[in-house]
Design a protein around this ligand. Sequence first.
Ligand SMILES: Cc1cc2nc3c(=O)[nH]c(=O)nc-3n(C[C@H](O)[C@H](O)[C@H](O)COP(=O)(O)OP(=O)(O)OC[C@H]3O[C@@H](n4cnc5c(N)ncnc54)[C@H](O)[C@@H]3O)c2cc1C
Length: 283
Amino acid sequence: MQNFEIIRPGNLDQALLAIEDSSGVPLAGGTDLLVRIKNKLLSPEKIVDLSGINELAAIEEAGDYIVMGAMATHQQVVESPITSKYLPLLAQGCATVGSPQIRNAGTLGGNIMNASPAADSIPPLVALGARVILNSAAQKREMVLDDFITGPGRTQILPGELLTEVVVKKMRPGERFKYKKLGQRKALAISIAGCAVKMEYDPAAGRCSNPRVAFGSVSPVVKRSSELERLLAASKLDDRGIQEIAARAREFCSPISDIRASAEYRREMCASLLFEVLSELIN
Ligand SMILES: Cc1cc2nc3c(=O)[nH]c(=O)nc-3n(C[C@H](O)[C@H](O)[C@H](O)COP(=O)(O)OP(=O)(O)OC[C@H]3O[C@@H](n4cnc5c(N)ncnc54)[C@H](O)[C@@H]3O)c2cc1C
């Protein structure tokens, strides 16, 4: 293991000062960062450990919104009565991350900053229209999560900035939702394809309103599909209707082949996952 200086700030202001000169690398749960350091993909001189900053781990209601600190762990999101009640789609996504150990250590902020197309919190967050709050010693800014992540492992964070909060509008009571992930195993599996859907559904009419659909692992970034959302809003959602819509998912994703699956397989899985998710939502 290499030598690096570790700084443990006790509050956000101290943390922002510690990364101001951009030589400090933020450490959250370490489940991505420490693996990269161990594999010699990164050799930081200075690590800024955010684990002592309690204000970054809170999950709170703010009117119509839920504000989650970047240091909230996946397990906190799963167990919090606030997220369970108001953002159950996100809680479902976080519940599929890794294993209990990874969910207890890994944070929402780390998952976003890692910017993997396979990150399990991101499809629900994108479907929910999440915004990220970024702080530096000099300024605070806010961005839509879709715009913030620009490629695998790439975000619009600026030197000297920390991701401090994730803000999401509360889901409406009665909204139907589902995050489903396909992995090589039931646990500790990175997603081959993932699909998050939410919608308001009127079973009598067989129609939905305000649908949101986001796919993970099938394009360089987690992507919402406005084409599929338009089709969903315009169609009767019986078995035939959802089959036709799910089939169109093949056109609207641009998967890659990698060690986990071929692009062709992923394209098929998009259609299958969407069909399964929609069937569960309407039945
Ligand atoms: C065995 C294993 C299984 C896994 N399974 C899954 C899985 O099923 N699904 C999944 O989505 N992920 C999985 N992961 C990946 C990982 O656990 C998650 O991405 C996790 O959420 C990362 O959070 P962390 O707190 O550990 O981040 P860290 O490793 O501490 O940090 C990740 C990156 O984000 C930066 N960073 C962290 N916090 C901030 C901040 N507040 N502001 C700015 N930059 C910041 C760090 O500098 C680093 O570059 C797995 C990892 C392992 C080791």
